[in-house]
Design a protein around this ligand. Sequence first.
Ligand code: ATR
Length: 272
Amino acid sequence: MKKVYGVIGDPIEHSLSPVMQNAAFDKMKMDCIYLAFNVKAEALKEAVLGAKSLGIDGLNITIPHKENVIPFLDVDPLAKKIGAVNTIDLRTNTGYNTDGLGAKKALEAHDVDVGGKNVVLVGAGGAAKAIAFQLAADGAHITIVNRTRSRAIDLANSIDSPKVTGVGLNELNSNVKDADILINSTSVGMYPNVDGSILTSDRMHPDLTVFDIVYNPIETKMLRAAKRSGAKTIDGVMMLVHQGAESFKIWTGKKPPIDVMEKAVRGALQNR
Ligand code: ATR
């Protein structure tokens, strides 16, 4: 019988996960389908329990439910620390967070290892949190830089590692000078505010890898600046694809075709 997977969120109609996951299922000739479900906050518990009753094996969870879904699940230790779940294995009722792992795998796919590296992570929201916990676990030295300095400090403190510190945006330039990796995990540069960039090219350098988790537009103003400076660039499509690939692995135990998923996402974005 066909297996059903899906993503629940509100709004959900712009999710790229169905096109991405179905491309992987098709390529691997798996009799599976991935659907998007719009679920209101008040129906979240019923949706998760109902999905399990219907025999759905796995779900992705997106905005605004990533935190609120936790009480209905067993949660793995990393997702518990992050305080957010983006993947559920309904067979075991376990919640995971693959966002940080997705960022790490996107870097690795570009031959960038994070262990021992100096990472400047801009932002202190949900995405930043997932990335910070993952990269800290992998031995990176992380400076969290945020517009609201207190949020950067709070996030750094919650990770509780001497390798992680939090500072305000006024310390971005000085930290990037010695950084190996710069990650934008804020919404700066995202459609419709495409003229935003956290940094200009004269502050970047050729030894830097610049990774933007924004994928709309695919090439943000920050990534264009990074290219001009000679830095290596990684776009937000790669984070999306790798976090989805990690979900796929959890549900199926199989390694999905990353290139096929990436092509599906880039194609869908170009047709918008
Ligand atoms: P998410 O969960 O998607 O990461 P979030 O919790 O709203 O979203 O966090 C958004 C992040 O982008 C925050 O770090 C925010 O900075 P503040 O903590 O100061 O709000 C950052 N951000 C959003 N717009 C920004 C801007 N114009 N300049 C700098 N940082 C910005």
